[in-house]
Design a protein around this ligand. Structure first.
Ligand code: HSE
Length: 404
């Protein structure tokens, strides 16, 4: 028997217990041993719940229990998760987590402790929910040099953008619905401002490139300024608006960014709807591989955590190598990245058209009946810094979105 403990009985924690209960014989068969949840830690009480008799409020009970070999951390946030996880690893207990804040902030240190102790720190569920992406980066794709990772890494914002597109809702209505369905937190900032996707691309980039990408160095823009009218313009241009997270290795220089992009409807990422996520990985030899699936949600995410538990149980005294050095990876700013931009302007086109052409040359003007106060235009491809300089000379700009 292999005893595990679960830190946090929220959405994912209760999902972990449910998956282990429901798929018990299959999980045990794949583990080659019997997985038992011995303790669940939470501040709250759950009278009448399945975990009532194994609930503890004191972390030290878990830390000091020599029978607990694997700890699942699904509390979220950096503290106290970091302190608890580090103590567990130092005590010789493997840890499986879905906590991207923790992994993005302290991943390499915790990986090193696990390696030194011949145990495991596993975090498949921290990126992409149910989608296997950490393990492929660490094992299946190790023969190739990764050149680019690009994808939709946040289910909540993808749900909001999908509803705005399909239902014609404004941002606030789509956000309220996402909160009602439990996708978005009551404080939705981490999702809608792109911070969640930023931490996820930092984790993937660190694994792909082998050194630590500091999430604070990644240019991050969310979707809170995207309007229903922007979505109408996107439709007119045969595009969807998607929050993309990306990182690239171009001739030994590294770039990363999170921002909303206009994605042509012929691009596979444009068809990724609702809470689904998709991730492209481009290698120098393999070209593109794409990963797709449920990016959020209780049971999909819990399954990724429990799969890590199975792996940790199969490798109880053996470290599964994860290459993520504590050495920092310097990111280059994206001011020289060249792309087209969609710009919206308040006012009459006839009054600004010449000025816009003087600044940007041959632009494509776009007008839609829903925008009674203004118009849009698409620039030729140009570097971000050049675009910004020219845009500063255009009066009454109300927004701009990059083209993928
Ligand atoms: N808030 C995250 C999302 C949860 O919406 O993608 C999964 O990491």
């Amino acid at each position: 028997m292999i005893n595990i403990a679960v830190l946090g009985y929220g959405t994912i924690g209760s999902g972990v217990v449910e998956v282990i209960d429901r798929n018990n014989s299959s999980i045990d068969g794949k583990t080659g041993d019997n997985i038992r949840v011995k303790h669940v830690l939470d501040l709250r009480d759950f009278p009448g719940d399945r975990v009532e008799s194994i609930l503890v409020h004191d972390f030290d009970i878990i830390l000091n229990d020599p029978e607990v070999k694997i700890v699942v951390e699904v509390m979220g946030g950096v503290e106290p998760a970091y302190t608890f996880v580090k103590k567990c690893l130092l005590a010789g207990k493997s840890v499986c987590t879905s906590n991207k804040e923790l992994v993005a902030a302290h991943g390499p240190e915790l990986i090193k402790i696990a390696k030194d102790k011949s145990i495991n720190f596993l975090f498949e569920a921290s990126v992409g929910g149910a989608i296997p992406i950490i393990r492929p980066l660490c094992s299946s794709l190790t023969a190739d040099r990764i050149l680019e990772i690009k994808g939709i890494l946040n289910g909540t914002t993808n749900y909001i953008l999908t509803q705005m597109d399909v239902e014609g809702w404004d941002f606030d209505r789509a956000l309220s619905k996402a909160q009602e369905l439990g996708y978005a937190e009551r404080n939705p900032e981490a999702d809608i401002e792109g911070y969640d996707a930023c931490r996820k691309i930092a984790i993937l980039s660190s694994l792909a490139f082998g050194k630590s990408v500091n999430y604070e160095d990644i240019y991050t823009e969310g979707i809170s300024k995207i309007t229903a009218t922007d979505i109408k313009y996107a439709g007119k241009m045969d595009c969807k608006i998607k929050l993309l997270a990306s990182s690239e290795n171009i001739d030994g220089k590294y770039y990363a960014m999170v921002a909303p992009f206009l994605v042509k409807s012929s691009h596979p990422l444009s068809g990724v709807s609702g809470v689904f996520n998709a991730i492209f990985v481009k290698g120098s030899e393999i070209d593109d591989v794409m990963f797709y699936g449920s990016g959020a949600g209780k049971l999909p995410t819990a399954c990724a955590v429990v799969a890590d538990v199975v792996d940790a149980a199969r490798h109880l005294n053996e470290n599964i190598q994860t290459i993520w050095s504590e050495e920092g990876l310097e990111l280059t700013g994206s001011e020289n990245a060249t792309r087209r931009f969609f710009v919206r302007v308040f006012g009459k086109r006839s009054e600004c058209e010449n000025r816009i052409k003087e600044e940007f040359g041959a632009v494509d003007f776009i007008e839609i009946p829903e925008d009674t106060d203004g118009f849009g235009f698409v620039t030729p491809a140009l570097a971000e810094k050049s675009f910004d300089a020219h845009l500063a000379n255009i009066p009454n700009v109300s927004g701009r979105i990059r083209f993928e």
